[in-house]
Write a new protein. Structure first.
Length: 213
């Protein structure tokens, strides 16, 4: 029997695109769209998420919210906020982004300008398929302190040190909770439902925190 796989996202590439043209594209395409764009070194990548991609993204967002609640941290969810740096000529719209450590600095802001405002403290990219743009270099250049990458089976955690990302076993934001185990809860949600799984995730986080006290 031949296994049939269903795509989680589609990716299209445009080459030899100027930075100004990319910014014009963003303006003309507007914000009422599901596609997400990234730009680096003359390449525009247009990613269109499908159900598996978006479901994983939304579940991880719920889990990040639970983590912040249990750690007593404030959070500002900035979603697929368009992150652009004119000085670097780089831009991206991550699947999810969050202000946590710097939440108080942007709490009342409707618009973020990376020329004066800090980047999100945590950025998530769901990549079931390979991205043509090196997101590690892109977000490192923007100074994002923590980067999560989920490929449908594995959640990798990267920490920014001296301008470069290093893969680490534990999130600097949520240690000692081993957030790399989040994929097991994404799988469980398909069997048990998202509300039940969120309850189980919260109990798991509480258990991990209690074991360290």
């Amino acid at each position: 029997m031949v296994a049939i796989t269903h795509p989680a996202e589609t990716r299209s590439l445009l080459h030899n695109i100027s930075w100004q043209t990319f910014k014009t594209m963003l303006l003309e395409m507007g914000t009422e769209r599901s596609s997400r764009l990234a730009y680096d070194n003359g390449i525009v990548e247009i990613m269109s998420p499908l159900m598996p991609h978006e479901n994983s993204n939304r579940l991880i967002e719920v889990f990040v919210g639970v983590l912040c609640e249990e750690f007593g941290l404030e959070i500002k969810r900035s979603g697929s906020l368009t992150l652009m740096r004119d000085d670097l000529e780089r831009g991206a719209e991550p699947d999810s982004s969050y202000y946590i450590q710097n939440e108080a600095l942007v709490r009342n802001k409707e618009n973020i300008d990376l020329a004066t405002d800090p980047p999100p403290d945590l950025v998530l990219e769901v990549e079931y398929s390979h991205s043509a743009i090196d997101k590690l270099k892109l977000y490192a250049a923007m100074g994002v302190p923590e980067f999560w990458r989920y490929n449908g089976t594995t959640l990798r955690i990267y920490q920014l040190t001296d301008g470069q990302y290093s893969e680490v076993p534990m999130s600097m934001t949520f240690a000692p909770v081993p957030v790399r185990e989040i994929p097991q809860f994404i799988s469980a949600a398909k069997q048990n439902g998202e509300v039940s799984t969120t309850r189980a995730f919260r109990a798991w986080v509480k258990e991990k925190l209690a074991s360290q006290s």
